[in-house]
Design a protein around this ligand. Structure first.
Ligand SMILES: [Zn+2]
Length: 307
C-alpha cells in the first residue's frame, strides 16, 4: 500500500474540493480525444467494445487468463483507473477487491453491469446464500449487461448516443443468435446426458437457461479449492450418474478434476472459459466465441468424442 500512496501522491489534491489538478490530468484530451473506459475483466471489455465501436477506448484491467475474484490490483492498475473516464465492473461480489480499489481512485465514475439481474444464490460452501456472480453466462442476463453498458456510455458521451444505441441493439441480436446455436448443439444430448461437471460453480446461470444438471468441486474461486471432501462428493455424483465427461476452467488448476475423472471412470474432457476470455488467436477471444467453444467442448465430451 505504501507504493500506491506514492503513486497517488502526485495526482491527488490535498483539498478534496479542489478539482483543478484533476482537470489537468483529465484523459478526455488524450487518445485522439476519445474517452477511456476500463473494465475489471476481459469479458466485460469485449462486450463494452461491441457497444463502443470506434467512439471510445476500452481496456481490461486484468489480462486474458487472470484470476478475477481475488485479483490483487497493482499500482499501475490504480493509475490506469485514475486516468479513465469510466470503470465498468460486474458486481454481485465477483471482484472482491473492487471497493477498496475504487477507494484509491478519485472522481472516476463506475457502473455495475449486473444491475437489474435476478441473482441465483450459491447453494453450498463458505459463500452459501450469497449471489452467484457469473450472470454473464446467461444470454438473457448478458443482454442486461449490454443495456447497462449502453446507458453508461450515453451518460458518458451523449454526443454519440445514436451509435451506442445501434451497436447495443445489434450486439444483443448476436448474443441471442449464439444462444440459439448453443441450444441447437445441446439438443444433440439426451436428457440423461445433460451434465455439466466443472471446477468452479460458475455455470449455474448457463445450466438454468439451457436445462443442464450442474455439479462442481467448489462454489466460488474465492474459497478452498479441491479439498478431499469436495473431490469425494463430485466422484460420487459422477459415478452414480455415469457421467462420461468432466471439465475445468482455464483460470484455475485442473488437478482435482483430473483426479475425479480417474477415480470415477470418467474422462477429463477439456477446459471451459468462464472468468476470462482466451488470448487472441485461441478459441475464446470474444464472448460470443466463448459461448460457442464451451458448448462445443461440452457436447463433444459428453458424447465421448473428445480427444
Ligand atoms: Zn468465477
Amino acid at each position: 500500500m505504501l507504493l500506491l500512496t506514492t503513486v497517488f501522491g502526485c495526482t491527488s489534491s490535498q483539498n478534496p474540493s479542489d478539482n483543478s489538478s484533476q482537470a489537468q490530468i483529465s484523459p478526455s484530451a488524450r487518445t485522439d480525444g476519445k474517452k477511456k473506459v476500463l473494465t475489471t475483466f476481459t469479458i466485460l471489455a469485449d462486450m463494452a467494445r461491441n457497444v463502443a465501436g470506434d467512439k471510445l477506448v476500452v481496456e481490461s484491467i486484468t489480462r486474458p487468463g487472470a484470476e478475477i475474484h481475488d485479483y490483487e490490483p497493482t499500482p499501475s492498475d490504480i493509475k490506469r483507473a485514475q486516468e479513465a473516464d469510466l470503470v465498468l465492473f460486474n458486481g454481485l461480489g465477483l471482484e472482491r477487491w473492487f471497493e477498496k480499489f475504487m477507494g484509491s481512485v478519485r472522481n472516476v465514475t463506475s457502473a455495475n453491469l449486473s444491475d437489474g439481474v435476478k441473482p441465483i444464490e450459491i447453494s453450498s460452501g463458505s459463500y452459501l446464500n450469497k449471489p452467484n456472480p457469473h450472470a454473464w453466462m446467461s444470454p438473457n442476463d448478458a443482454a442486461i449487461y449490454v443495456e447497462n453498458i449502453r446507458k453508461a456510455f450515453v451518460k458518458l458521451d451523449p454526443a454519440n448516443e445514436a451509435t451506442y444505441n445501434a451497436n447495443a441493439k445489434a450486439y444483443i441480436q448476436q448474443v441471442k443468435q449464439v444462444s440459439q446455436e448453443v441450444k441447437t448443439q445441446l439438443a444433440t444430448l439426451a436428457p440423461t446426458q445433460r451434465y455439466l461437471v466443472t471446477c468452479e460453480g460458475a455455470f449455474s446461470y448457463m445450466a438454468r437457461d439451457y436445462g443442464l444438471q450442474e455439479a462442481y468441486l467448489w462454489a466460488v474461486n474465492s474459497e478452498q479449492e479441491g479439498t478431499p471432501q469436495q473431490i469425494a462428493k463430485v466422484i460420487d455424483t459422477v459415478r452414480q450418474n455415469k457421467i462420461p465427461a468432466v471439465f475445468c476452467e482455464t483460470t484455475v488448476s485442473d488437478e482435482a478434476q483430473r483426479q475425479v475423472a480417474r477415480e470415477s471412470n470418467s474422462t477429463f474432457a477439456g477446459v471451459l472459459y468462464v472468468d476470462s476470455l482466451s488470448e487472441v488467436g485461441k478459441p475464446a477471444a470474444t464472448f460470443l466465441d466463448l459461448q460457442r467453444y464451451n458448448a462445443y467442448t461440452l457436447v463433444q465430451g459428453l458424447l465421448g468424442k473428445s480427444k
